[in-house]
Design a protein around this ligand. Structure first.
Ligand SMILES: Cc1cc2nc3c(=O)[nH]c(=O)nc-3n(C[C@H](O)[C@H](O)[C@H](O)COP(=O)(O)OP(=O)(O)OC[C@H]3O[C@@H](n4cnc5c(N)ncnc54)[C@H](O)[C@@H]3O)c2cc1C
Ligand code: FES
Length: 255
């Protein structure tokens, strides 16, 4: 884990209110693993005071990229950065997806901005002999971001592109058809989606890891502000920031 001030390389708009921010951070770009995140201080001032967590979207040489949409003060500040501005980042944080375990096809399932960790995961997976299937869900077609992904199937809430319905229904249909060779699911997105995905994985007996979110303060296990309830084992609760964000879906008690 490092703390550093990284210069902005570029900020590009990639969809409605969606941006990719590229930062020059060689040490992080060389070491960050899929589903790890950065805790970013959006401003030197006190508003907002706390860092904001973002998944690493992609690495490009010595640069590291995050994908974000504007939801509040911190992300609005990020959307106004210019090349050369310095950004205070802490990372890489959290545990990565287990891409080395025993499976043949990685089934990547992203809801909304939950697509964020998958370009980096796709890059890592494409260096192995594994197959990749990607399932993306969003409100409508303009909110689907398929850049740097492989074999993408789409579900939209309004039916403007792909399957008309939820991404979990889409992926469940594909898994039930038996056409996916020895799958393992990797999910990221809003909690209701992850809950439904975990249910489907358990029903179908398919291994599944989910990357969870929470409002975070420290991001490194100090403030105890990001607990998630577990289904069994030694601990009743785990901290999402440093015991996750990735968990075996069977071990999470979704609210
Ligand atoms: C591990 C992790 C990875 C993340 N990766 C990404 C990413 O790749 N791209 C991205 O756009 N966002 C990501 N997020 C969410 C992102 O951190 C928040 O959207 C961001 O902190 C909002 O900051 P803000 O100051 O703009 O908004 P704020 O003013 O802090 O919040 C605006 C609204 O969003 C709510 N909110 C803030 N954080 C969360 C959260 N984690 N879950 C649900 N509601 C929240 C607040 O309660 C408030 O209602 C991630 C969160 C976590 C924990
Ligand atoms: S955010 Fe502080 S312990 Fe997780």
């Amino acid at each position: 884990m490092m703390i550093l001030r990284a210069p902005v390389v570029s900020l590009r708009s990639v969809g409605p209110d969606m941006y990719v921010l590229s930062l020059h951070a060689p040490q992080i770009a060389a070491n960050v693993l899929p589903a790890q995140f950065l805790n970013i201080k959006a401003t030197d001032g006190s508003e907002p005071l706390l860092r904001r967590p973002f998944s690493v979207y992609r690495t490009q040489g010595e640069n590291v990229e995050i994908l974000f949409n504007i939801v509040g003060a911190g992300t609005r500040i990020l959307s106004r950065l210019r090349p050369g501005d310095l950004v205070d980042i802490l990372g890489p944080l959290g545990c990565p997806f287990s891409l080395e375990s025993d499976f043949r096809t990685a089934v990547l399932v992203g809801g909304g901005l939950g697509v964020a960790p998958f370009p980096h995961a796709t890059n890592a997976l494409s260096r192995s002999s594994r197959q990749i299937r990607t399932f993306l869900g969003a409100r409508s077609s303009p909110h689907i971001l398929r850049d740097h992904l492989q074999n993408v199937s789409v579900a939209t809430d309004d039916g403007s592109e792909g399957y008309h319905g939820t991404v979990v229904a889409l992926v469940r249909n594909a898994l039930e058809s038996g056409s996916i060779d020895r799958p393992k699911i990797f999910g990221c997105g809003p909690e209701p989606m992850l809950r439904a995905l975990a249910r489907a994985a358990i029903d179908l007996g398919i291994p599944c890891e989910v990357s969870l979110e929470s409002v975070m303060a420290c991001g490194i296990g100090i403030c105890q502000g990001c607990p998630v309830e577990r289904t069994g084992g030694e601990k009743k609760y785990s901290l999402i920031c440093n015991e996750g964000t990735v968990f075996d879906a069977r071990t999470i008690k979704f609210s």
